[in-house]
Design a protein around this ligand. Structure first.
Ligand SMILES: C[S@@+](CC[C@H](N)C(=O)[O-])C[C@H]1O[C@@H](n2cnc3c(N)ncnc32)[C@H](O)[C@@H]1O
Length: 285
């Protein structure tokens, strides 16, 4: 049927009336459905829409399925990534981590070729963004989950990126012990184990392996902080995404490591979210 954008928006809101934020959800439904921004849709006089298909997707959303799984993809910065069920859905906070990684690489750039590790790459969102921004980087993306790696490879191929290698690895285990990186970036699982059952239903649809950070959420973060110095060049950086108040729990492991806390960046909600750490020793940069 042909319908005016404002009428279509009302219809979408009606279909999603039983969600917590129908207006917001309607915007997401329409932008996914047409693969277009809402602003763009409103420039049209009429839109052609299959009402049954629209209702079908809304129905899935009413069953608390994340939009990214319903449509199979998610936008991250300026890229579109395939996100099959069973993989972590990239978040806005991680765009901030990626932007800080880009800033850090820019500082290090005169010393190229630079080597960067994306630990726990998921669908490849961080590595792909860095690869697009810096085609001469040498990137390694790792994950413990084979489906994540397969998907990250396929997402990288869609953008014709050839400077990322992929490795199945439990944290640093399969990385050659003499390998050094100028930057290690990671958004590891950091939800406290005892909080997993309290997560919103739609977040519970994501894999536990990508969320579960063990006791107080910092088990994996702590392991990364302990091991990263071995894989960093002197003066190399470690950028980590963390959960609520975890910066306090990580103070001791940082003190014990060869890392210096340079900065903590707050997210859009004012929550300390990104830790910027640097390996001490002779500063090559
Ligand atoms: C929170 S998700 C982040 C995914 C992606 N980097 C992002 O920022 O959207 C954490 C990722 O780490 C992976 N992971 C969990 N435990 C791991 C481990 N021990 N070694 C390597 N990767 C792990 C998960 O499979 C998942 O893809």
């Amino acid at each position: 049927m042909l319908i005016r954008p404002s009428e279509l928006f009302n219809l979408a809101q009606k279909l999603l009336g039983d969600t917590e934020r129908p207006e917001q959800e309607a915007k997401l439904l329409l932008s996914y459905f047409f693969n277009s921004s809402i602003g763009e849709l409103y420039t049209k006089q009429y839109l052609s829409v299959d009402r049954e298909a629209l209702a079908h997707f809304a129905q899935k959303r009413l069953a608390k399925e994340p939009w990214a799984y319903i449509f199979g993809w998610k936008e991250f910065r300026d890229i579109q990534l395939k996100v099959p069920r069973g993989l972590f859905i990239p978040r806005q906070e991680t765009e901030l981590l990626t932007e800080r990684a880009i800033k850090t690489i820019s500082l290090l750039l005169p010393h190229s070729p630079l080597s960067v590790l994306d630990l726990g790459t998921g669908v490849g969102n961080i590595a792909i963004s860095l690869s697009k921004a810096f085609p001469h980087l040498s990137l390694l993306s790792t994950d413990i989950c084979p489906l994540a790696l397969q998907t990250a490879i396929s997402n990288a191929q869609r953008y014709n990126l050839t400077n990322i290698s992929f490795l199945l690895s439990d944290l640093f285990k399969n990385i050659p012990p003499n390998k050094k990186f100028h930057l290690i970036v990671s958004n590891p699982p950091y939800i406290p184990e005892d909080k997993l059952d309290d997560l919103p239903e739609e977040v519970k649809k994501e894999p536990k392996r990508a969320l579960n950070g063990g006791e107080k959420g910092v088990s994996i973060l702590r392991e990364i902080i302990e091991t990263a110095p071995h894989f960093l060049t002197p003066g190399g950086y470690l950028l980590l995404e963390i959960g609520l108040s975890q910066e306090k729990l990580l103070k001791k492991p940082i003190l014990k490591s060869k890392l210096i806390l340079k900065d903590i960046v707050k997210d859009y909600a004012g929550i300390p979210r990104i830790m910027i750490l640097r390996k001490n020793g002779k500063d090559n940069y």
